[in-house]
Design a protein around this ligand. Sequence first.
Ligand SMILES: Nc1ncnc2c1ncn2[C@@H]1O[C@H](COP(=O)(O)OP(=O)(O)OP(=O)(O)O)[C@@H](O)[C@H]1O
Ligand SMILES: [Mg+2]
Length: 367
Amino acid sequence: MANLTIRNLQKGFDGHQIIKGIDLDVKDREFVVFVGPSGCGKSTLLRLIAGLEDVTSGSIELDGREITQVTPAKRDLAMVFQTYALYPHMTVGKNLSFALDLAGTPKAEVEKKVAEAARILELGPLLERKPKQLSGGQRQRVAIGRAIVRNPKIFLFDEPLSNLDAALRVQTRLELSRLHKELEATMIYVTHDQVEAMTLADKVVVLNGGRVEQVGSPLELYHHPANLFVAGFLGTPKMGFLKGKVSRVSSTGCDVTLDAGATISLPFTNAQQSVGDAVTLGIRPEHLELAKEGDCQLKVVADVSERLGSDTYCHVRTTSGEPLTLRIRGDLASQYGETLNLHLDSTHCHLFDAQGQVIRKALQAAA
Ligand SMILES: Nc1ncnc2c1ncn2[C@@H]1O[C@H](COP(=O)(O)OP(=O)(O)OP(=O)(O)O)[C@@H](O)[C@H]1O
Ligand SMILES: [Mg+2]
């Protein structure tokens, strides 16, 4: 079992508060990803869990046992770093067995565990090599193997794929997903890459400025972001944002008159909304389309296009100068400076209040 409970965790360095009161539950066998921009405190939070930093206040419990003050070696956690941190003068086999040898584990058991880790990670043919004779991907697999032999309650990963090239990142990402299932392990994984977060996680924790912005499954966060930050952080190309004002409110929805010139009827509202409120409408690139005859809602000017073959990312600007991106299946040869007529799928729009908090769909409960 491995259930981690974090309550009101705070950490300051030199009087600067970096982790500002975090509450979080990690359940047994969950793959939890911390994601957020550089400097938001992801590594610090992971290091607090590992015991590599002392907390300023708050508590960390593992399976009901308080471990806030327990030394790292006694926490039953294993950390894998971006920089691998292998011993250069030892063979792969010795790197894998070192921690167990040090702990006085019987030789037969060490051999069994190393063989098992080598099998899972396909390191068998490499056991006699030194780290410098390995590729980056192989080194990272050894670093992961070193964690596996320790049979930790929770694996902690800090950007383990950052030093790999693009193709190897994708491959190693899939291997990690497989490993999580095969080992039935509990994993906490730090990344600033939202694609890694979306593809690996059972649960994503979006961090910003030392606070949790939102916790949920990847698709919950994608389809129901709680605020502008999460909406803008997850998804490539990014969600487009259009500023406007509420121009009509009814019991089932509202109209928003955009600075870009259009008025859009939306099926959401909340009790606090009133006419004249400043709002931001969010729309993902896949929910914008070229208007058919007569259903144009928004005129925009084409900027550059990215033609990928399978899709075209068409970057445009509204008359108010706000950038938007359309994702169109197949190829679209738009001309730079050309006027395009767009249709917005209002059921897929998101609406945020002046504080950046989402205005939820009024019709969601009935749907
Ligand atoms: N030992 C330290 N002493 C002082 N400040 C620190 C220390 N460690 C981290 N910080 C500060 O805490 C903040 C968060 O750092 P952290 O390494 O947790 O960010 P991160 O989210 O992992 O970023 P990145 O994506 O760049 O790795 C940063 O402003 C950093 O400068
Ligand atoms: Mg970091």
